[in-house]
Design a protein around this ligand. Structure first.
Ligand code: ADP
Ligand code: MG
Length: 252
């Protein structure tokens, strides 16, 4: 009975690229196929992530193999872990040489939620993470350049744009950029700010493999519960041949 339930779940998922890496059916399979560090496997177990949700089954391998992702899956379907886990896997460990992963969300509450999930999943690896929200925007910090020791930034667009304008943040070492709740981030009101962030990441110039700098190219991921045709085409304009994963929408 359990197998057929899994099959039904899989049948609700559509992946745009038939050549994309095949989904995993368990975290164990993911761990074995990609050789994930034991701290990640331990934390999955410790925090009772027993089986990957459909979006996780598909996104984990696709992100792990270096593809960009446009993911559309309902609220509560586990989108956070679907990008956090493969990104932590790819980062391997803290480097202290600059910000390597950036998570952009529309609200402070979502930034805190990602931070909480990150803390659990990263236990045992000393990644340094900075949550930038209005609340942390107080006076003195504004003057100083954000420390390169932060491997990971979690932020709302406004707060980051402010730092960019003050030349207080360097995004040129970035390897992973996530737009969470991407539909809201690319709507009027946020769009200008997200554009400014993309420019600061050097997305236009740095789209190809960075052979000369020796670092991996910037990968971008957009996760959302919904995505209009217009917003999707906007996203594609700055993404690099993303794999589109849609969960649980039968009539599109
Ligand atoms: P979404 O971003 O799609 O709305 P979240 O990433 O916030 O969903 O996840 C919703 C809840 O499900 C969170 O409490 C999260 O910890 C939990 N969760 C995510 N993946 C799993 C899993 N594989 N097994 C059990 N719980 C999970
Ligand atoms: Mg979410």
């Amino acid at each position: 009975a359990q197998l057929s339930r899994k099959d039904r779940k899989r049948a609700q998922v559509r992946v745009s690229d038939p050549e994309a890496p095949k989904p995993v059916t368990s975290f164990q399979e993911f761990a074995t196929r990609y050789g994930i560090a034991s701290y990640l496997a331990n934390n999955l177990e410790k925090y009772h992530y027993s089986n990957p949700t459909p979006i996780q089954q598909h996104a984990l391998p696709i992100i792990s193999e270096g593809r960009e992702v446009l993911a559309i899956a309902p609220t509560g379907s586990g989108k956070t872990l679907a990008y956090l886990l493969p990104i932590l896997h790819l980062l391997k460990g803290p480097s202290g040489e600059g910000h390597r992963a950036l998570f952009i969300v529309p609200t402070r509450e979502l930034a805190q939620q990602i931070y909480r999930e990150f803390k659990r999943l990263s236990e045992g690896r000393n990644f340094r993470v900075c949550v930038l929200t209005k609340a942390s925007a107080a006076g003195s910090k504004e003057q100083q350049v954000l420390s390169k020791r932060f491997d990971i930034l979690i932020t709302t667009p406004m707060r980051l744009v402010h730092l960019i304008q003050q030349k207080a943040v360097d995004l040129t070492k970035l390897e992973h950029l996530v737009l969470d709740e991407g539909d809201r981030l690319l709507e009027l009101g946020f769009l200008e700010q997200v554009d400014e962030i993309l420019a600061a990441c050097g997305t236009a110039a740095g789209a190809g493999p960075a052979a000369d700098t020796g670092r991996r190219p910037l990968s971008k991921y957009l996760f959302s519960a919904t995505l209009s045709v217009q917003i999707e085409s906007m996203a594609r304009s700055f993404m690099r041949d993303p794999v589109r994963i849609v969960v649980g929408v039968r009539n599109t």
